[in-house]
Design a protein around this ligand. Structure first.
Ligand code: PEP
Ligand code: MN
Length: 362
């Protein structure tokens, strides 16, 4: 069984699909007020709200529980929006099904655990409910793919992946590092799987949500999930990243969305599309090279401190063999890898020498 395309389970779908609603269901009034404002925004098709909140540390708000499912149902009845919530175990799934939630999602702290994912898959067998699988908190593509495969194994075909970034120990401007390469690779492995970006949990900061949404559109993701609250600063969870319905409308309006992929495109349109892809990938390569150069500079400083020369032949041999074997495994020609790494390595030695010489003359 394959994957059912998004437009078959979301009527009159337009790109991007927008999923919006609070991080957590707090009160009936908060839910209904949010939903009534959201339904005015054309692209918003799915209402989200966490009923059971997986918290990293105890003693924070852990969700309103079953009562919130009744509010979710009222949202559906009063606005016609599809509803969705997070499930983390079999009991949650049973209650969500009982209260007619339209779409379930598996959170990042659950998709990380194959036992929990399998437990959810087992209880979903025989249902036809759509499931969205968030990436696991750690940057492990196979684990994410595995969780999706477990859903497919249970006969779920209405599937989507949600990219919410990956937890890293090092500080960065993001709450969760997007590592865009990972969802892009998932798309290559599962081309029919819709991917939705969750800029709220990636950024942890409402001022960056627009920027990350645009990045998601630039790599042709299918939609966005954005946490929305009538008074974000008063939210009981994830206050800093939630936006008001009004800001959400602006964010969506400002998005520059790539044109639809149609079957009757002529040659030049197709070429243009492919070239845009090449441009995007080249930018990724340049960003990666710039990150590599930053590390080379740090190595130069460490070598200088320890009186070691910039060029170490042994390391170069090791690096080259290693890169050739990795590159060949993913279909690159050996000669091509050799040429690229000769140039990269040459530049790296040059950079190191320049830094070390400058330090000598300090
Ligand atoms: C959420 O969507 O509110 C949530 C808890 O997200 P995640 O599982 O991505 O941390
Ligand atoms: Mn949240």
């Amino acid at each position: 069984m394959g994957i059912t395309p998004l437009h078959k389970w979301i009527p009159n779908l337009k790109k991007p699909l927008v999923i919006a609603g609070p991080c957590s269901a707090e009160t009936r009034e908060q839910m209904l007020q949010t939903a009534k404002e959201l339904v005015q925004i054309e692209d918003v098709r799915i209402f989200r709200a966490g009923i059971w909140k997986p918290r990293t540390r105890p003693n924070s708000f852990e969700g309103v529980g079953e009562e919130g499912l009744k509010w979710l149902k009222e949202v559906k009845e009063q606005t016609g929006l599809l509803t969705s919530t997070e499930v983390a175990n079999a009991g949650h799934v049973e209650l969500a099904l009982k209260h007619d939630v339209d779409i379930l999602w598996i959170g990042a702290r659950t998709s990380v655990n194959p036992f929990s994912v399998q437990e959810i898959a087992d209880v979903l067998k025989g249902t036809d409910i759509p499931v969205m699988v968030k990436n696991p908190i750690n940057a492990d593509l196979a684990l994410w793919q595995g969780a999706i495969e477990r859903m497919m194994g249970a006969g779920i075909t209405k599937l989507a992946a949600i990219h919410r970034g990956f937890s890293t120990f090092e500080k960065s401007k993001y709450r969760n590092n997007p590592i865009w390469r990972i969802p892009m690779e998932l798309k290559l492995l599962m081309p029919d799987l819709p991917i939705i970006c969750d800029p709220s949990h990636i950024t942890g900061d409402r001022s960056l949500v627009q920027y990350v949404c645009q990045k998601a559109m630039d790599i042709d993701m299918d939609g966005v999930m954005i946490e929305t609250h009538p008074t974000p600063d008063q939210a009981w969870s994830d206050a800093a990243q939630q936006v008001t319905p009004k800001s959400l409308a602006e964010i969506i309006q400002n998005l520059n969305v790539r044109t639809e992929f149609t079957t009757d495109r002529n040659f030049s349109a197709e070429l243009e599309d492919l070239r845009k892809n090449i441009d995007r990938i080249d930018n990724e390569i340049l960003e990666a090279l710039s990150m590599r150069t930053n590390i080379v500079e740090r190595i130069a400083e460490a070598k200088h401190k320890n009186n070691i020369t910039a060029l170490q032949v042994h390391r170069m041999d090791q690096l080259m063999n290693n890169r050739i074997s990795s590159g060949v495994k993913i279909g690159l020609r050996e000669k091509f890898i050799k040429e690229i790494y000769n140039v990269i390595h040459e530049d790296s030695v040059k950079t190191q020498n320049e830094i070390m010489n400058a330090k000598e003359n300090e």
